[in-house]
Design a binder for this molecule. Structure first.
Ligand code: DGL
Length: 265
């Protein structure tokens, strides 16, 4: 018996590759479909209503087309807003990506942590809840940046970010009261781990970064344990909701993640 159903990863852009990579490493036998909602990108500057309407509908179409065994919403913005709506609408396991505040609080020695996400994510009640449950003895600084999302997309397309732009984004955290003691930053947008080394180099003092990728990989392995996989691994598929020069320029980077077939929804 073999089972060729893929794992489907969903994000607005290329950020979810930072989640796909640790999952693919842990489950090298898993067929992969990676979907970037390029027609809806970016999510971080959209309203809650727009995300809550768009994401479940799109995932419904994708589930029909690709018949995945499981969906990973590899986007903090979509997960903190629409995870419950998606779970209610679809009859298959849905793994969300939410800010890794718990591991950050476990690591912090100074008890000051930063949450770096999109503007939409950092204002979500979901983040208030995570901070109250897991970091109640920490000062939790938050900063939302659409620019950092754009810089990560460009970096994957081959244009490295200017360090001073990264420093200006990080100032949004470090310049807040308590920022001089900040020792752990949650990459609360899946685009940001793609720039982690550059962000670390641009920070005014040494900090550690955490994100949800490793925890999600363990969760997906747990949810699929005992399942069959295909005898021969099919090529990974990247799907864009609209294709243009920007998405086509990503082909070499996608190939580095094993995604060699590119198509439109
Ligand atoms: N990668 C997404 C996240 O984790 C959103 C980026 C965007 O489209 O603004 O929040």
């Amino acid at each position: 018996m073999t089972d060729s159903r893929p794992l489907l990863f969903f994000d607005s852009g290329v950020g979810g590759l930072s989640v796909l990579a640790p999952v693919a490493k842990l489950l090298p036998q898993a067929p992969l479909v990676y979907v970037a909602d390029s027609a809806g990108f970016p999510y971080g500057t959209r309203s809650e209503g727009e995300i809550a309407a768009r994401v479940p509908a799109l995932l419904g179409r994708l589930a029909e087309r690709y018949d995945p065994r499981l969906i990973v919403i590899a986007c903090n913005t979509a997960s903190t807003i629409a995870l419950q709506h998606v779970r209610a609408a679809l009859d298959l396991p849905i793994v969300g990506t939410v800010p890794a505040i718990k591991p950050a609080a476990e690591l912090s020695e100074t008890r000051v942590i930063g949450v770096l996400g999109t503007e939409a994510t950092v204002r979500q009640p979901y983040v208030d809840d995570l901070a109250a449950r897991f970091a109640s003895d920490c000062t939790v600084l938050r900063h939302g940046s659409a620019e950092l999302v754009a810089l990560a997309e460009a970096a994957l397309g081959g244009e490295p970010p200017a360090p001073e732009r990264l420093r200006a984004v990080l100032d949004g955290l470090f310049d807040q009261p308590g920022g001089e003691r900040l020792d752990v930053i949650v990459n609360a947008c899946t685009h940001f781990p793609l720039l982690e080394a550059e962000l670390a180099a641009a920070a005014p003092h040494p900090v550690r970064f955490v994100d949800g990728g490793p925890g999600i990989a363990r969760r997906v392995a747990y949810l699929t344990q005992g399942q069959e996989w295909p005898g021969a691994l099919p090529p990974g598929r990247a799907v864009f909701t609209t294709r243009n020069a920007r998405t086509d320029a990503l082909a070499p980077a996608l190939a580095r993640f094993g995604l060699t077939v590119i198509e439109s929804l």
